[in-house]
Write a protein that binds this ligand. Structure first.
Ligand code: HEM
Length: 377
């Protein structure tokens, strides 16, 4: 079995089989919801905020609002959502993001490249976890020494509670999640209250966010911004090695951007998006009712275009569907891309690598490797 397949199955053994078995572009799956696997129909749902919302039964709001409050972006819709996104915009402008990525990652990626070139066997997952934590830590105002593997494991444990068949957390899970996030936001609150432009929470205050909005944003960045990258970069490396493209990319930097896009397409780190039907509508031939849950299987739509191939780069036709579409399009995409580019360049500086060992993570929300050890050939 292909490793990409193993990674998906290890994360969601039951749901992944059910989703993969769907033979129609839109299908009502008992106990799960209305499943959409066609890219055009899926994009249509994302763009139609009149009938499909992130707030409501079965959508993201049911999961995250009890833990992080109502101002999280990913559990909001309408004018409030647009206002908060507009306020946060400057934090994700290309110049701010590039400076943030360079400030947090320059030393880490330089050391990674050096060790690989010297022949050391390196666990890409551990390296990316460190890099993602450094960057998110800076974004949310958490001191570097707090960003250890233990904290990362506790954050992953929260997302690990998420199962497609269970749209809500249990009260005990809510309590655990609140404790972990409370620990993180304790630092962000101090930075917010101090204000100024030296820390991101301080800057959020300058940008006009209330304390609740700023802490919601901090929580959202931690929950969605670390695991997606810790999933993606090692999976990209594995795809590059397994497909034989790694040395070609190392020799020809013009292939790196298409390869990153193709990697995002075939892996789709955030494999599904959820919406709640808020007004009777139709998705293709299937009529949907208010209160129904829609599962947008982005990974299936993306993979339908064929295997990874940076030379044809069919990903370029997808308008970055792996980051969503419409009003909820990934706010952190520029930051994610900045980090992906920096770490990928460091890895490619080794010229060519082999995979020494790897293991897929079990029972996680975002499919990933738990280890991926590589070494220069
Ligand atoms: C490879 C990495 C990433 C992928 C594949 C990814 C994917 C996505 C997707 C698909 C959505 C839309 C979900 C929906 O419409 O239901 C989203 C939203 C979001 N992402 Fe990302 N993401 C990544 C990295 C990041 C990072 C690094 C951050 C922040 C630091 C971030 C912050 C956000 C936020 C705040 C939203 C919510 C936006 C809104 O609802 O308005 N993401 N992401």
């Amino acid at each position: 079995m292909l490793w990409e397949e193993r990674v998906m199955r290890a994360a969601h053994p039951v749901a992944y089989r059910a989703l993969k078995a769907a033979k129609k572009p839109v299908l009502r799956v008992p106990g799960l919801g209305v499943l959409v696997t066609n890219a055009t129909l899926l994009r249509g749902v994302l763009m139609d905020t009149e009938h499909f919302s992130k707030k409501g039964p079965g959508a993201s709001s049911e999961l995250w609002t009890p833990i992080l409050g109502p101002s999280l972006l990913l559990n909001m819709d309408g004018a409030d959502h647009m206002t908060l996104r507009r306020k946060l915009g400057p934090l994700f402008s290309p110049s701010y993001v590039d400076a943030l990525a360079a400030a947090s990652l320059t030393d880490a990626v330089a050391s990674l490249g050096e060790r690989l070139r010297a022949g050391e066997a390196v666990d890409v997952v551990a390296e990316v976890r460190r890099c993602a934590s450094l960057m998110i830590g800076q974004l949310v105002g958490v001191p570097v020494e707090m960003l250890d593997d233990d904290l990362f494991a506790r954050v992953s444990a929260i997302t690990g509670f998420v199962k497609l068949s269970k749209p809500r957390f249990t009260p005990a899970q809510v309590e655990i999640a609140r404790a972990v996030l409370g620990e993180l936001t304790a630092h962000s609150v101090v930075a917010y209250r101090e204000g100024g432009t030296d820390t991101v929470p301080g800057r959020m205050r300058e940008l006009g966010l209330t304390e609740d909005e700023a802490m919601g944003a901090v929580g959202a960045f931690v929950m969605v911004g670390t695991e997606t990258l810790v999933s993606y970069i090692p999976r990209l490396v594995a795809v590059l090695v397994d497909s034989g493209w790694f040395p070609q990319l190392a020799a020809d930097p013009s292939l790196v951007e298409p390869a990153i896009a193709e990697g995002l397409r075939v892996t789709t780190p955030s494999p599904v998006m959820l919406r709640s039907v808020v007004g009777a509508a139709a998705i293709g031939p299937v009529a949907v009712r208010t209160g129904e849950r829609v599962i947008l299987a982005t990974f299936a739509a993306n993979r339908a275009l064929g295997p990874f191939d940076p030379s044809t780069n069919v990903a370029s036709t997808m308008r970055q569907l792996w980051f969503g579409a419409g009003t909820h399009f990934c706010l952190g995409a520029p930051l994610a891309m900045a980090q992906i580019r920096l770490v990928t360049d460091a890895l490619l500086s080794a010229g060519d690598v082999r995979i020494v060992s790897r293991t897929a993570s079990r029972g996680v929300m975002i499919p990933s490797y738990s280890t991926l050890v590589v070494q220069k050939k």
